[in-house]
Design a protein around this ligand. Structure first.
Ligand code: NAD
Ligand code: MN
Length: 501
């Protein structure tokens, strides 16, 4: 029996093929356990369970307030297992314990609770303006669930992202099949029993671990699925859109980023320096909103870089669960190779390594996937390290001449997920107005909240998650028109086609 099984129709089970795969601890390179490996046939089974659960109304017919009570019980179930889940998340994904507790487990609780509260707002139809003519009528807007949703997520915030997708789908009355990333399947697998205990009916949530190709593709192309929600790379996102087109599925995409941090000359230095480091090095840069480009004025450039390098030395890299460690490993050998490849490219392109730039070994780090916090200077906007998402601890510093130049550089990539400005709020807000990004932080970074919408401009995605806007993406809007007079005489427009008797 595998250590982490599939969760289909309210039951833990093995894959039909009986196949399993191993998940690694990226701090040590050692196996954490075996995981049932879903194949397309298992994905189809999970979709069938979600379809049946949606169609008989066991979840969609509940009032928002009932769904809210159950979602709140899910949040409580997660809270009760906080230490155990945080430890598991840390080992499976390389998140430091502080990140696992605060962002992954804490975020999971926060989303279930808040989305439950939002669910109650969907109960009442929204009145629309009355119409006198043509067609005197009362009009209102109802929000129906879309139906069966499927969600595919990456490995950087495993339980939090699983909770984003599940809490939103459930708040709006849908059923769902979730596929976690194969690198980080453990905590999502534990969610099955927490959901069942909290009273989520069988089949409403199904969780299957397995590869993207084949298994993930079945979740996108299966005609019984109504909506697809994908978080991952822009490259795979493009394929998802094509696959979803076959049956015109509603699709939301949360893709990559190359977010720019703009430091204004009046920024508080202490805040901006530590903030810039946090923006890029949080979770070793494996964050879609990582502030991977830092734009500093020519006048302040040298002084700022000097302080950045000095403060970067305060970041302690090491095994994710170890005391005092503030930056863990990359998630896999593959990600390590990608990041080291980009560092090599940066050097070849003529950028200068101001600090870091290498894999860290020794002191028990040899078998893990550790890279030193890396800062590049002498970067120009056209370089690969200034255009492409690296998804690792690599910062590109670019000088700007004036704020117009900074805005031009900031907007000069195919991405538009997030951006930020360090400086006096009045000036920073004016800059924020001109940035093409779904989230702009002023004197802050990385804070997301279930109350506020999140998503990308340009090739960073389609649609929004979170907030009322995000929840509405999990609904169909239904306009209902009720004629004020239910008699033939007042329905003069019928005469166009059917002459009066
Ligand atoms: P990825 O796109 O390769 O994989 C993401 C998920 O998609 C995984 O679950 C994977 O199994 C699945 N997948 C892969 N190929 C598939 C296919 N053909 N059909 C269906 N599913 C498939 O990304 P990754 O390397 O795992 O994660 C890193 C990337 O994710 C980064 O590029 C980053 O930009 C992006 N990301 C974005 C956000 C966001 O919110 N915008 C958050 C985290 C990560
Ligand atoms: Mn793992």
């Amino acid at each position: 029996m595998s250590d982490y099984q599939l969760f289909i129709d309210g039951q833990y089970c093995e894959a039909v093929s009986g196949e399993t795969f191993a998940t690694l601890d990226p701090s040590t390179g050692e196996s954490l356990g075996t995981v049932a490996k879903a194949r397309p046939e298992d994905a189809a089974r999970a979709v069938d369970a979600a379809r049946a659960a949606f169609d008989d109304g066991r979840w969609s017919f509940k009032r928002g307030s009932e769904r809210a009570a159950i979602l709140s019980a899910v949040a409580k179930g997660i809270k009760d297992r906080m230490p155990e889940l945080a430890d598991l998340e840390s080992r499976d994904s390389g998140a430091t314990l502080a990140k696992a507790k605060g962002a992954d487990i804490g975020g999971a609780m926060f989303w279930f609770k808040t989305m439950g509260e939002f669910a109650t707002r969907l109960d009442e139809p929204e009145p629309l303006p009355q119409t006198i003519a043509p067609g005197p009528s009362y009009n209102f807007l109802k929000r129906d669930p879309v139906g069966v949703c499927t969600a595919i997520i990456p490995w950087n915030f495993p339980l939090q992202m699983a909770s984003w997708k599940i809490s939103m789908a459930l708040a709006a009355g849908n059923t769902i099949v979730l596929k976690p990333a194969p690198e980080t399947p453990c905590t999502a697998a534990r969610l099955g029993e927490i959901l069942a205990e909290a009273g989520v009916p069988d089949g409403v949530v199904n969780i299957i671990q397995g590869p993207g190709p084949g298994t993930g593709e079945e979740l996108i192309s299966n005609p019984k699925v109504d909506k697809v929600s994908f978080t991952g790379s822009t490259e795979v996102g493009k394929q998802i859109m094509q696959m979803a087109a076959g049956t015109v599925k509603k699709t939301t995409l949360e893709l990559g980023g190359k977010s720019a941090q703009i430091v204004l000359d009046d920024a508080d230095m202490e805040l901006a320096v530590d903030g810039a480091l946090y923006a890029i090095f949080f979770h070793a840069g494996q964050v879609c909103t990582a502030g991977s480009r830092l734009l500093v004025s020519e006048a302040r450039h040298d002084e700022f870089v000097e302080r950045l390098v000095e403060r970067a030395a305060a970041i302690t890299v090491g095994p994710a669960t170890a005391d005092g460690v503030t930056m863990g490993p990359l998630v896999s050998q593959k990600q390590l190779d990608t990041v080291l490849g980009y560092i090599e490219t940066g050097v070849k392109e003529g950028a200068t390594v101001a600090t870091g730039g290498e894999r860290l070994t020794g002191d028990g780090l040899d078998r893990g996937f550790f890279v030193a916090p890396t800062i590049f200077t002498d970067v120009t906007p056209d370089m690969a390290i200034a255009q492409e998402e690296i998804f690792g601890p690599v910062l590109a510093v670019l000088p700007y001449t004036d704020p117009d130049d900074a805005v031009r550089i900031a907007n000069g990539t195919r991405y538009g997920l997030a951006a930020g400005v360090w400086g006096s709020p009045a000036k920073a807000i004016k800059i924020a107005d001109r940035l093409q990004a779904g989230t702009v932080w002023v004197n802050d970074w990385h804070l997301l909240n279930p109350k506020y919408p999140f998503g990308g401009y340009k090739q960073s995605g389609i649609g929004r998650e979170h907030g009322m806007l995000g929840l509405l993406e999990y609904t169909e809007a239904k306009h209902v028109h009720v004629a004020i007079d239910a008699n033939r005489r007042t329905h003069r427009w019928f005469d166009m086609t059917v002459p009066r008797a």
